[in-house]
Design a protein around this ligand. Structure first.
Ligand code: ADP
Ligand code: MG
Length: 322
């Protein structure tokens, strides 16, 4: 059973007085396994928060369906197995960390038995023990987010939704939040994370999805999305002559018409980027380099950053204008 199953969800917000309709989710489908950290990426307004709110039953889908932890999203009984950190959350300023956790736990219907022990455990986990008795009004954004994480974990959820958990948090605070998420995952919690901050998500997620204008554009492991299988970088110990590359490798020798996809480009005097169709073509290039006295140092698969993929997908969506 998957932790989350989304089947062709569409959400249309009907504008109040303006009568403008916004399709925040457009036939959106997705599956998330138990125990993974899943990162949903997209620019502001892509529909990320709407997806979380729909899964939590805060907004209702226009069409389509979804399950969480095996139950339909309309089943309110599963709510006590879920944690949620909303985007831009605010806690009452006059409460301390301890009081905040107590208050939200009781709102969630938890019994007060063992509550003090749980609060201490969680404050330790989010590195907030020393601020237990300090009022929330004195907290930095990073401390607020860490307390928010503790709040979301209060009832030991199997699945936790975090909407922009690191937004507005400085680099050290972000690293602390990432470490907490990894601790949580190691304890078996499934984490669904929304963010417009790519590097954050890239560093922590097992899989990511990229969405824009309510649509899913790409989903997969970060490793797979950023690897271009047919592109390699060859680094050499001795310099390569550019004329030599142009003459011999830019175009496949006509004598061998089966190698028609080879494209070699000199990136620097000792670095070539090579595009090929398969291993045979790659080996053809290697053989030719070696035959011509080039000493190969390394061959590696060319990688694109998640940011490059994100920008190119969103740019295509917007009709090619950046
Ligand atoms: N309650 C609402 N009523 C009308 N439009 C909304 C409402 N909430 C969000 N939207 C619109 O839906 C789209 C998606 O918003 P949202 O889900 O908040 O995106 P994200 O979280 O990716 O920034 C945006 O165009 C936003 O303006
Ligand atoms: Mg949002």
């Amino acid at each position: 059973m998957n932790a989350i199953e989304v089947n062709e969800l569409t959400k249309i917000y009907k504008g109040g007085r303006s009568k403008i309709e916004v399709k925040a989710l457009n036939n959106f489908s997705l599956s998330i396994s138990k125990g993974e950290i899943f990162g949903l990426l997209g620019p502001n307004g892509a529909g990320k928060t709407t997806l979380i709110k729909t899964l939590l039953g805060i907004v209702f889908p226009t069409t389509g369906s979804a399950t969480i932890l095996g139950s339909d999203i309309s089943n309110y009984k599963i709510k006590n197995r879920i944690g949620f950190l909303p985007e831009n959350h605010r806690f009452p300023n006059y409460l301390t960390a301890e009081e905040t956790l107590k208050y939200f736990s009781q709102l969630g219907g938890n019994s007060t038995k063992n509550i003090d022990k749980r609060i201490d455990e969680l404050l330790l986990l989010v590195r907030m023990s020393e601020w237990k008795k300090m009022k929330v009004s004195k907290y930095s954004k990073g401390m607020m987010q860490r307390l928010g994480l503790a709040q979301a974990m209060m009832n030991n959820p199997e699945l936790i939704f975090l909407d922009e958990p690191t937004d507005g948090v400085d680099p050290i605070g972000r690293k602390e939040i990432r470490d907490i998420l990894i601790d949580l995952k190691n304890n078996g919690t499934t984490i669904f994370l929304n963010s417009h901050l790519l590097s954050e998500v890239e560093l922590v997620s097992d899989r990511v999805a990229i969405m824009n204008s309510g649509k899913l554009l790409k989903v997969g492991r970060v490793e797979d999305l950023t690897t271009t299988k047919e592109a390699y970088i060859i680094e050499t110990a001795n310099p390569i002559d550019s004329d030599f590359v142009n003459a011999k490798y830019m175009n496949t020798p006509s004598a061998n018409t089966s190698f028609k996809n080879i494209n070699v480009k000199l990136e620097s005097s000792t670095k070539l980027s090579v595009n090929v169709k398969d291993n045979l073509e790659l080996n053809f290039v290697i053989d030719n380099l070696r035959k011509n006295g080039i000493n190969i140092k390394t061959i590696s698969i060319q990688k694109n950053s998640l940011e490059e993929l994100f920008v190119s997908l969103i740019t295509d969506e917007r009709g090619g204008t950046k």
